[in-house]
Write a protein that binds this ligand. Structure first.
Ligand SMILES: [Mn+2]
Length: 317
């Protein structure tokens, strides 16, 4: 067994209190890898970790197993010193959000991540940048430790892998598909998972379709910029995936920038690309992410951010 994994097992076994969180505003991988790891620890080590989140969990994730077992960070005792804090899928420190105080007060911190991450927060890092999702990392941990699993663990891990690969579209090698094949053989129902993920509120889907209909096209249609105003922002479910999905279907579109007016002088940006890496653009805006899916939050109004984004993409043509 690898050294770090052995240490993870020893520390988790001896910890009297454990808290687990993923990044702020959880997506499918962040939420489901937290719930899957907690369930695995309950099943195999007879301990009951506290699952924590910050921000909002999209309605489309309401149906995942153990959804009711995760608590908003302000509903837990933040001054309590946990023996072990585990952070998953977080990327950079500012994405830990309200869980930061738990991390700072914990005796030991362990991380599982697949983001490029130069500033390690944890004492033990079980990271793999080539993994499709943290769900894939947790699956491999469970296999390596010979841990017992149940249907809910497998469904959670499958949901992590499916959502972080854009429904298996962004699969770069066979690893994740071989795991999915094993999960399907073990009873995971991909159709059921995908139908559950479509469980979005009507007002979100309609609002996102309206946002897409007002999008502007630049550089011979290779870049599309869509803008979400303050009122529309309240109606989004998650990051605006429906807008991104609609616009990515348009012929000739290579890059999508979704700009969200979070506050008067704060703009959230989601960037997507079909074939060329764009995470350097997210970094230039003070953010980061994956090569083809990245983002940032900029303290400026939406009009200025739109012009900055337009200029940054000028070089990408
Ligand atoms: Mn992830």
């Amino acid at each position: 067994m690898k050294k770090d994994l052995k240490k993870f097992l020893e520390i988790t076994k001896s910890a009297k209190s454990i808290a687990i969180a993923g990044h702020k505003n959880p997506d499918g991988d962040s939420l489901c890898s937290v719930l899957a790891l907690a369930r695995l620890i309950r099943l195999n080590l007879k301990k009951n970790p506290v699952c924590v989140y910050d921000g909002n969990i999209p309605d489309c994730l309401d149906m995942v197993p153990d959804r009711d077992k995760i608590k908003y960070f302000q509903h837990i005792n933040l001054s309590k010193h946990f023996d072990l804090a585990i952070i998953l899928d977080y990327g950079t420190r500012n994405h830990i959000g309200g869980f930061n105080s738990v991390v700072e007060n914990a005796k030991t911190v362990i991380e599982f991540d697949h983001h490029k991450n130069d500033e390690k927060v944890a004492n033990i890092c079980i990271n793999n940048e080539s993994a499709s999702s943290v769900g894939e990392i947790i699956y491999n941990v469970a296999v390596e430790l010979n841990w017992k699993v149940d249907c809910s663990v497998l469904e959670l891990l499958a949901t992590s892998m499916i959502t972080d690969t854009g429904n298996l579209k962004y699969v770069k090698d066979g690893k994740v598909l071989r795991i999915m094949a094993d999960l399907v053989d073990a009873g995971v129902d991909i159709e059921k998972i995908l139908n559950a993920l479509d469980n979005k509120p009507r007002k979100s889907v309609i609002t996102e379709a309206e946002v897409a209909s007002k999008a502007e096209f630049f550089y011979r249609g290779s870049l599309v910029i869509a803008i979400v105003d303050a009122k529309e922002y309240k109606n989004l479910d998650g990051r605006g995936e429906t807008v991104l999905n609609i616009l990515s279907q348009i012929k000739g579109v290579e890059y999508i920038a979704l700009l969200k007016r979070q506050k008067e002088n704060q703009t959230g940006i989601s960037l997507r690309s079909k074939t060329k890496p764009i995470n350097h653009i997210a970094m230039a805006l003070g953010g980061g992410g994956h090569p083809y899916a990245a983002g940032a939050v900029v303290k400026d109004n939406i009009k200025n951010v739109r012009n900055t984004v337009l200029n940054l993409f000028k070089r990408e043509k």
